[in-house]
Ligand binder design. Structure first.
Ligand code: FE
Ligand code: FE
Ligand code: ZN
Length: 280
């Protein structure tokens, strides 16, 4: 069964997101833990959470993906930026335990002229401070396009972060199709090769979710501009090969394509479900 959803607004709470997911044909969803521009998260509403759990059980939603604010930087040079990142992620992980056993994705960070090695060190140090042995949430490092000084632009950088984290059983990877294509991995022409490289360097078992986006830019552009499925340089066929690949097809997929409203996501989900069900 295909597990697919998209990014939804969290402003009306968990139950509202789950209902919206079902309305648009999704059986999972992604949301920001708080306003991406920063600021406090809404207080946890335990009534909303119990209604959410009941609704999910009834509608077959078995995993959700929380996305950290993309403005956080665990590789920053400024200690105040690092402290803000640490406090926010620790609070997010505490809140995630109200919906146990799910996924929390973050952008590893930007090393801002300190060099990738220093960035990797700062990110893993941060993870070593915030991960807890008793947590049930898996923290996902998102593969990045390599825009500016982004860390996580290669499978080697992802592996280097994981290697330095003591509680690395709490870590996984979220592969973003737009980002890996922009980073120069040939998911269009050689998906098998990219996945065997990922397996060799990171380990395929670390892969826990995928972001399914087309890219406005050609491979290796290091840009990170998402496009609707079929309207970018990756194309529908390559995206369909991703969701149907035997090493990936059991994982949850999340659309982060630029849409005017959620009905745009509904159309993409329907198209991808249809392609998934069809014989190759
Ligand atoms: Fe992201
Ligand atoms: Fe993404
Ligand atoms: Zn992106």
């Amino acid at each position: 069964m295909l597990t697919i959803g998209c990014h939804l607004s969290a402003s009306n709470g968990y139950l509202a997101m789950a209902k919206e997911a079902v309305r648009i044909g999704a059986n999972t969803f992604q949301f920001f833990t708080r306003n991406p521009r920063g600021g406090a998260a809404k207080p946890i509403d335990t009534e909303d959470i119990s209604a959410f759990h009941a609704f999910c059980a009834e509608h077959g939603i078995h995993v959700i993906l929380a996305h950290a604010p993309y403005t956080l930087n665990a590789a920053a040079a400024d200690p105040r930026v690092l402290e803000f990142c640490e406090n926010t992620m620790r609070d997010d992980l505490r809140r995630m335990e109200y919906t146990p056993g799910n996924l929390y994705n973050f952008h590893p960070g930007s090393h801002v002229k300190q060099g990738a090695e220093k960035g990797i060190e700062l990110i893993s140090d941060m993870l070593n401070r915030i991960l807890l042995p008793e947590q049930t949430t898996t923290v996902l490092l998102e593969t990045m396009a390599g825009k500016g000084s982004e860390v996580g632009r290669s499978f080697e950088e992802i592996r280097a972060i994981i290697d330095r984290v003591a509680l690395s059983d709490k870590l996984g990877v979220c592969m973003d199709t737009c980002h890996v294509s922009d980073a120069g991995y040939d998911i269009i022409g050689d998906l098998d090769g990219v996945l065997s490289e990922f397996d060799r360097i990171v380990g395929i078992d670390r892969l826990r979710a995928l972001h399914i986006n087309d890219s406005m830019n050609p491979p290796a552009a290091h840009k990170d501009r998402h496009a609707k499925i079929g309207e970018g340089h990756i194309g529908t066929d390559a995206i369909v090969r991703v969701i149907k690949h035997p090493l990936l097809s059991h994982l949850p997929f999340y659309l982060e394509t630029p849409q005017e409203d959620n009905d745009g996501y509904a159309r993409e989900i329907a198209m991808l479900r249809d392609a998934y069900a069809r014989e190759i």
